[in-house]
Write a protein that binds this ligand. Sequence first.
Ligand code: FMN
Length: 357
Amino acid sequence: MSDINNTHTGHHEKLELFTQRKQDHIRLSLDDSHQTQGQSEIDKVELIHEALPEINFEEIHISQQRLGDEGKTPFLISSMTAGHNDSSRLNALLAKAASEKGWLMGVGSQRRELGDEKAAEEWRRVRAQAPQAELLGNIGISQLIYTSVDKIEKLVDSLEAKAMIVHTNPLQEALQVEGTPYFKGGLKALEQLVKQLSVPVILKETGCGFSQRTLKQVREAGVDVVDVSGLGGTHWGRIEASRAGQDSLQERAGANFANWGISTLQSLINAKEVKGEFEIWASGGVRTGIDAAKYLAMGAKVVGFAQPIIKAAMESEEALNQFMEQVEYELKIAMFCTGCVSLQNLYQKGVWTWKQH
Ligand SMILES: Cc1cc2nc3c(=O)[nH]c(=O)nc-3n(C[C@H](O)[C@H](O)[C@H](O)COP(=O)(O)O)c2cc1C
């Protein structure tokens, strides 16, 4: 049985513990108490209804320019799962749906593949099922720091990835019992990756968002995309605190960090304010096509969903397809009622305002 290497501590994590954790994460993300409610702050924004839109519904198209080319939709299945017993099946299901509907799909952390070449097998199977899927690789910044660019390039190859996501999650690593809270050198590793990797680099949080201070550093590092993944949905402080066990230090501290983070809305505004050359993507608590329309109207190029997608996929393929279709339909209705025929229109027309109370 192979282990998962942790270069910082010299410890090897047993594969069973690793796969158990990945499955716990899915189960716990489905529990409502691990979701923050109403904290993305997107309800502070309103789209302005136009009673005479002067367009026909069927004219509306939601194709979007992102990552240097035109996608059929502005949507992303956010990075979730990889490297455990059920992940192959789930990923094949997600990749098939993403490919059919023209959504981007981020895979879950490819960490296991760094020390276990056989783990790449999962992606070969996914690829075989969905040859056209636009997949994005994924690795944590605390793994990136001690991994050569060549090895990351191999992760890109095994997936035939369109871009590589580096996720950053200091709150989660600090509260996870077996976490790797080693972030020193992260920015330098990121800079080097951007310079040398063959595909674009995306930096993403996992539900705690980005401050302007961090975004200014990121701007200098030259990353191609920032996916803000802010506070508002799945909360990793809550999940790790609950995994740590009753009355553990992590559980008690975690209760005080249950609302930690910068909202998705504020993170998006922060990203716009620093005026970087990076594309801005929005995720974290996005739950409907109307939420998505608001972020797109405010300048996000892509909008990502994590928990609602895994929830639907765990139910059935049909539930997954229904959720994705509903999101697309809701976006189109929001565009129709604001008189926007394209996403370019939606962004340029200034169709949003702050809600008056
Ligand atoms: C079960 C699960 C596993 C996740 N695993 C990863 C991961 O491996 N890499 C990553 O970048 N983000 C991971 N995330 C975080 C999501 O991509 C996303 O940033 C976060 O959940 C906020 O989005 P949401 O509120 O729509 O769930 C995971 C989320 C869930 C629900």
